[in-house]
Design a protein around this ligand. Structure first.
Ligand code: HMG
Ligand code: MG
Length: 303
């Protein structure tokens, strides 16, 4: 059944900017601060990963030290291993995320180990997080296709999602990393995962490569999924998934939810301004259709 309220997890400063060569620490801080003024309550602000692998996310400790923390907003970060977790904890993150994959080849390219090795590497992170009282989110990448292996079986997605949930992740974000999924396949995948992980613990993370993200969200909302990841201005891509375009744009998601009468707490006008600012900084049009429509009209009217 369609939820009455949706939690939006804003991943623009991380999943969006991790792919941008020109972005500075100041730009990243400005984006996080603009987003925290929109009513968004969960912002993935950065990653504590190797700067050799993803230089765009370097200096995450500086980012967390310099953002203006707003009460009621959870600031999260990716932590692939214990080293990343320790740095994230020292920086004062509110929660962390580990990230695995439903595809062996993608796991190797993204985090340089097999799926099983990645799960073993997350165990000490879970232990340390529990000791520190920090919640851990788990990602599964390539849930609807892999850039290297092609089709991915829903049963494999369910297996990895269950493993993350069983080790203590409170929420499992199912990522269509390369944005190839369509609505029926997304529903079948979510149904397979929901047979092993409670639906209330599932989040969806669509990239919009083929323009299907919003259709996939709508189909999965009907199943009762109530947590959706998105990125302001449709920022994004993945350094290890060639051809993956941006995430579902938060502005487009908000417009859909407004039309459905589903609560989310985000001010669309403030969001459009935040997206326009970072798009201008990156020297490209805002990737959110809703932002372009509203900006063209001169005012950002609510749907
Ligand atoms: P590795 O090379 O196998 O590990 O990398 P290592 O332990 O041998 O370390 C290599 C070097 O990195 C060493 O430095 C370590 O000290 C350093 P060196 O001795 O060569 O000077 N190092 C670190 N530095 C900072 N922070 C750390 C850290 N750990 C090691 N935490 C590793 C393994 C996981 C570290 C590496 O592969 C990595 O950082 N990968 C990052 C991948 C990434 O961020 N990908 C993008 C995010 S995932 C995504 O976008 C998908 C998602 O959005 C969902 C979806 O769309 O579906 C989540
Ligand atoms: Mg992603």
């Amino acid at each position: 059944m369609r939820p009455r309220e949706v939690k939006i997890v804003e991943v623009g400063p991380r999943d969006g900017l991790q792919n941008e060569a020109q972005v500075t620490l100041a730009d990243r801080i400005a984006l996080v601060d603009a987003l925290s003024g929109t009513g968004l309550r969960h912002i993935e602000a950065g990653s504590f990963v190797s700067p050799k692998w993803v230089p765009q996310m370097a200096e995450a400790d500086q980012l967390f030290a310099q953002i203006t923390r707003r009460s009621g907003v959870r600031y999260a970060a990716l932590t692939p291993n214990l080293r990343g977790f320790d740095a994230a904890q020292a920086a004062g993150v509110d929660e962390v995320a580990v990230f695995g994959a439903a595809s062996e080849a993608f796991s190797q390219k993204n985090i340089n180990c097999s799926v099983a090795e990645s799960l073993a590497r997350f165990e000490p992170v879970m232990v340390a997080a529990e000791e520190a009282g920090l919640k851990v989110r788990g990602y599964v990448s390539c849930v609807l296709g892999c850039p290297y292996e092609g089709a991915v079986a829903p049963a494999k997605v369910a297996e990895v999602a269950h493993a993350l949930y069983a080790m203590g992740c409170y929420e499992i974000s199912l990522g269509d990393t390369i944005g190839v999924g369509t609505a029926d396949r997304a529903v079948a995948m979510v149904e397979a995962v929901a047979a092993r992980v409670p639906l209330s613990a599932l989040a969806l993370h669509f990239h919009d490569t083929y323009g299907q993200a919003l259709a996939n969200v709508l189909a999965c909302l009907e199943l009762g999924v109530s947590t959706i990841d998105s990125a302001v201005a449709g920022l994004g891509g993945c350094p290890y998934a060639a051809g993956a375009s941006g995430n579902l744009a938060t502005e487009d998601l908000v417009y859909l939810l407004n039309g459905l009468g589903i609560r989310h707490g985000v001010d669309l006008e403030a969001l459009v301004q935040a997206g326009n600012a970072i798009s201008q900084r990156l020297g490209r049009p805002n990737g959110a259709k809703v932002a372009r429509a509203l900006s063209g009209r001169g005012t950002a009217q609510q749907a």
